[in-house]
Design a binder for this molecule. Sequence first.
Ligand code: 4NP
Length: 153
Amino acid sequence: MPSVLFVCLGNICRSPLAEGALRHLAARGGVSVTVDSAGTGGWHVGEPPDRRAQTVARRHGVEIGGLRGRQVAPDDFSRFDHVVALDHDNLAALRRLRPAAGGALLPLLLDHVPGRQGQAVADPYYGDERDFEIAWAEVSAGAAGLLRLIGGG
Ligand code: 4NP
């Protein structure tokens, strides 16, 4: 089964949204995929997603309140086929963390969205509800592109 790990900084905003979006689209499309998310930082380990992230996901029919934060680890590069960074800082941190033998592909999420290659999903943590809606739209587009790549048609 293909496997995807989404990685942002805190694992309470963008990557849990991406995890929820991909789970939702995969279930709707009847595609089996293992999905998880993690943060490059460790401040929010064990915490549920930010309230505002839970709210925007719920508004779009996706429940992410049961997720809990964790920090990315070197063995994630052998446990997952795709380790997907939400922005450039996290991509750089993941490149430093990746073991020489780590087999996972390491793209930016928006590399999977036509016209958005090389771009970051902006951190909504210090923003407002509108910023969370933008993040939701972007992670949903990225998840849809990723699903096409891994066999969702
Ligand atoms: P995320 O957002 O990386 O999308 O989960 C953030 C959440 C928390 C912090 C930074 C970004 N923080 O500094 O605590």
